[in-house]
Write a new protein. Sequence first.
Lengths: 417, 534
Amino acid sequence: MSEQFKQLIGGNIRQLAMVAVLIAEIILFQILTGGTVLSPQNLQNVISGNAYVLILAMGMVLVIIAGHIDLSVGSVAAVVGIVLAVLTTSMGLPWWVGVLGGLLVGVLIGLWHGFWVAIVGVPAFVVTLAGMLSFRGLNQYIGKSNSIPVPEEVRTLGAGYMNFLPPIETGNWIINSPTMLLAALGAAAVVVLKLRSRAKLVAAGASVPKAWVMWVQIVFASALLIGLGWVFATGRPGTSFPIPGLIVIVLFLCYNFLARNTPLGRGVYAVGGNRTAAALTGISVRKVNFFVMFNSSVLAAIAGMVFVGRSTASTPFDGNSWELDAIASVFIGGASVWGGIGTVGGTMVGALVMAFLNNGLQLLGAGADWTQMIKGLVLLLAVAFDVLSKVQGRPSIIGLLWKPKPKPEAEQATKEA
Amino acid sequence: MSCPIESFARAGVTVEGSQRGTVILEMRGITKEFPGVRALDDVSFSVRRGSIHALCGENGAGKSTLMKVLSGVWPHGTYSGDIVFEEQTCRFATIRDSEAAGIAIIHQELALIPELSIAENIFLGNEIRQGLGIDWTETRRRAAMLLAEVGLDNDPDTPVKEIGVGKQQLVEIAKALSKNVKLLILDEPTSALNEEESAHLLDLMRKQRERGISQIMISHKLGEIAEIADDITVIRDGRTIETMHVTDHDVDEDRIIRLMVGRPLDNRFPERHPKIGDVLFEVRDWTVRHPVNTERLICKGSNIQVRSGEVVGLAGLMGAGRTELARSVFGHSYGIYERGEVLVGGRRVSTDSVPKAIAAGLAYLPEDRKTQGLNLLDDIKGQVVSAKLKKACQGGISIDWHHVRTIAQQYRQDMRIKAPSVDTPVASLSGGNMQKVVLAKWIYSDPLVLILDEPTRGIDVGAKYEIYQLIGQLAAEGMAVVVISSELPELLGITDRIYTIFEGAVTGCLPTDQADQESLMRLINPTSSRPATV
């Protein structure tokens, strides 16, 4: 029975532990707040309000897997935000010129960081600490320490809704059709991918879980997608699944694919796991290092633009300590401080754990003091959980609570065996 | 703290003739279980005072576990059975307890701190104090004495990272001696040493035996064991199989191997019928400078030719420039290229980066599989395809993991990689199976030329034989194979021709059927007066 249960939830218990934590957290706050958390408006808020962290974290996780760190993302986002605001509002250029200009700034900063880390060989910690200071200054220099608003189109990017199709009106319900379309497409994709993967496994002669297991998985995933779509689609008329959420989903699909299925992505893991072996295997360590640093700055640029879109203006304080939120998400998502381990999906879950924690505590009326203390503690416990569960052969954490005397020899037991 | 040298010297000379031969250590009925595995099953084993006791067995047989029980790594209570040391029943809770009793262990992976000096390393955790601080003068004086004892002439202030592995091993022994050791355990002490360093280490072990220090040596090298051991215990599958006393270096190596693997091994090297073709791989006038000390040439105009289907050995002392030659040819990944060319199949190829070298048909299996050969965080299937990911891609972009799984499965079967599945992390594999994964990774890259650097180092007898078989198969398929090895019997057993290298220069080339250890030793060490015994 437990074997079938394992197959049902996907086999990798450790990775799913954080998903379980996320779900438990949402349910807890849902009860404590009397149902506010899962209301359409709140979910829209959480997504729009945290899209920038999710985007930053996707860049950060690759940096951390490769064995580096990027402290500059907040400042980079701030520079991009102010460039976007100046180009559009101060200079009166069209919004898309501003967005392209912002992206260009991200690309240039990415090249700058990549150059110092990969070509010159300065540790990324130092390069990006320098960047964090310099680009904060550059933001204030360009904006003369003023707040500058951004145009309506950019605001749509940061907090807009999809209304390109007319809503469906039936009785009391006004349903946003693009959202439902998206959810249906997602569900269809799940079905197709699952079936295709199974067919390939069968063709390769591998053993596959029982058919009912797969169908339960498919039904569950599709129901979740349609259900979430329904919640988003039936909010205040004129609202939908937010556009920044859409940007996150598109980026997630790209980066998840990159990390898992491309030689470049495998190279990032190889370099983080064992740099010497990677070099002797024909992986260009320099190229990988350049890529992760470059990519992180480009994603920081996108995050910066999404953020100013939602906050409606670029200010000198945008992006303060964002790097810490991103790094925390990566570690909660199961990445290793030593590099070589981590997933884009896990990072997204990690970011959402933090996002819902923030949101739930805010809804309960907790102040910033409590919120920060609890967030710090959650980060610590999440990583401690990870560390403990990686030491195989040790009694599980629950087992540890039951047993009065933990036996020290278990620590190296499996290494020996 | 007490004066370690003086007390050590006293302990050394006071062993009476009558005491010699009595039992210093007895381990009785040791059983140690890990979840799901019984690593030691009722092992009994005793060491005579002032003797060298060799512990033989395949990797995973339980030798290291037994030594960990003895040295307190696995504390009392986590195993059953008794340890009697110097007529006292011992219940070590930590390594410190066993050290206090006079047992010191030198692990295969040296536990020195590279940035600290020799003297600092020797007294690390055991510092000589003067008030609140450390008495550096005394530390240096005693360190110098200990270094003289182990035959090392370096300044005690030299950072450990600046001396070679062989000397680091001696520093470890000096460190053990500083602790007034009575029983010294050496785990594979010569696995990283060349012939000359090994000979020195064995001399040192004999000298310590004269002083009355008992020693346990874990080793795969039967030649060494025959030369030095007084007793030999063979362990297999967590059980003691047999203990034999050695008289006059008369050791039946075949018998030990048979006991170790539990089945008769008629031949240590598989038979081959080489079909040698045209010259496939050629290195001409290869000259490379040292990466740091740029004045020094590490390859001096070397010329090497390997034919299709041929297995060619590179023999040389450690530091002679064999690995340096291989790595500089393979993508210029070591040293500063000066001049020289590489030809594959008669055509000049560029190998100035690793990807180019791979594209030209070269593959290089590095000497250290853990730090240079594998990403230990990855699993078998990921590592098998890692040297040619493009080949595993659908349409050149997306890695087809189903295809990868099928391929890895095939390699696992063909090469007999012992692992539950291809999703098994490579870190959990034994040395021999890890090496097979590295080999699979290079075979997957479709090489024409395969350079193997110490392919069987630290691998047990059974797995060695399988690796030799694979080498023979690959050559039979038409590859040009180059084998670098510090073990001359191995080179004599599996190659067709041997190049000798001394101080960066090729000093000779002998067909294997006309070579023996003595003629090779003269070529790889022209300065040595006596032909080294191996």
